[in-house]
Design a protein around this ligand. Structure first.
Ligand SMILES: [Zn+2]
Length: 167
C-alpha cells in the first residue's frame, strides 16, 4: 500500500494543519520563514505543499521535485474537502475506527496510555478520567489527548465530508 502523503502547510493554514495531524497525517506547520525555505524543506522531506497563497502556489507547482496544492475555502471543512479532492484517495479522513496518531500541537507521534498511568501524572481533570479509559500522550511534547468532544466533532466532520462531498 502506498504510504500516506506528508504535508507542509503554510502559515495561513494553522488550523487545517492541526486537523490533518489529528487525522493522522505527518504535517509540518511552517511559520515565519521564507517561501524558499518552505520549498527546500518540502523537497528534502518529500512533503506536499498546502497553501492558500496563489503566489506561492504558482512558484512551487511547476518546480521539479515539488508538489503543491492550492487550498481553497474559508472554513476548515471546505479546505479539507479541497485537499481531499486534489490529493485523491491517498487522503482518507476517517476517525471512526482509528485513534489519534499525531499531536495536533507539535506533530509528534502519540502513544496509548492507560487510565491509571494517565491519572498518575496529575495532568488530567478527574471528570475526564472518570469518563475515558484510553488516553494518548505525545512522545515529543508529552501533551495528553483523549476522545473528547473535539474528537467527536472531527469524526462527524469526516463522515459528512465522505458522504456528502466526495461521492
Ligand atoms: Zn506534541
Amino acid at each position: 500500500m502506498k504510504s500516506p502523503p506528508r504535508f507542509i502547510v503554510d502559515a495561513m493554514l494553522g488550523s487545517l494543519a492541526r486537523k490533518l495531524r489529528i487525522f493522522g497525517f505527518d504535517t509540518l506547520y511552517f511559520v515565519g520563514g521564507a517561501d524558499l525555505d518552505l520549498e527546500a524543506l518540502a523537497e528534502k522531506e518529500k512533503r506536499v505543499i498546502l497553501t492558500s497563497d496563489k503566489r506561492l502556489f504558482a512558484r512551487s507547482e511547476g518546480r521539479r521535485g515539488l508538489h503543491a496544492i492550492l487550498v481553497d475555502g474559508t472554513t476548515d471543512r471546505a479546505r479539507l474537502r479541497s485537499v481531499v479532492r486534489q490529493v485523491g484517495p491517498a487522503v482518507t479522513l476517517r476517525l471512526g475506527r482509528g485513534r489519534p496518531s499525531r499531536c495536533a500541537v507539535c506533530n509528534g507521534e502519540l502513544e496509548v496510555v492507560g487510565r491509571r498511568d494517565a491519572a498518575s501524572t496529575g495532568m488530567i481533570p478527574a471528570k475526564v478520567l472518570a469518563r475515558h479509559r484510553l488516553f494518548y500522550t505525545c512522545r515529543s511534547c508529552s501533551r495528553f489527548y483523549w476522545r473528547g468532544k473535539h474528537w467527536e466533532r472531527l469524526r462527524r466532520l469526516s463522515y459528512s465530508l465522505k458522504t456528502k462531498d466526495l461521492t
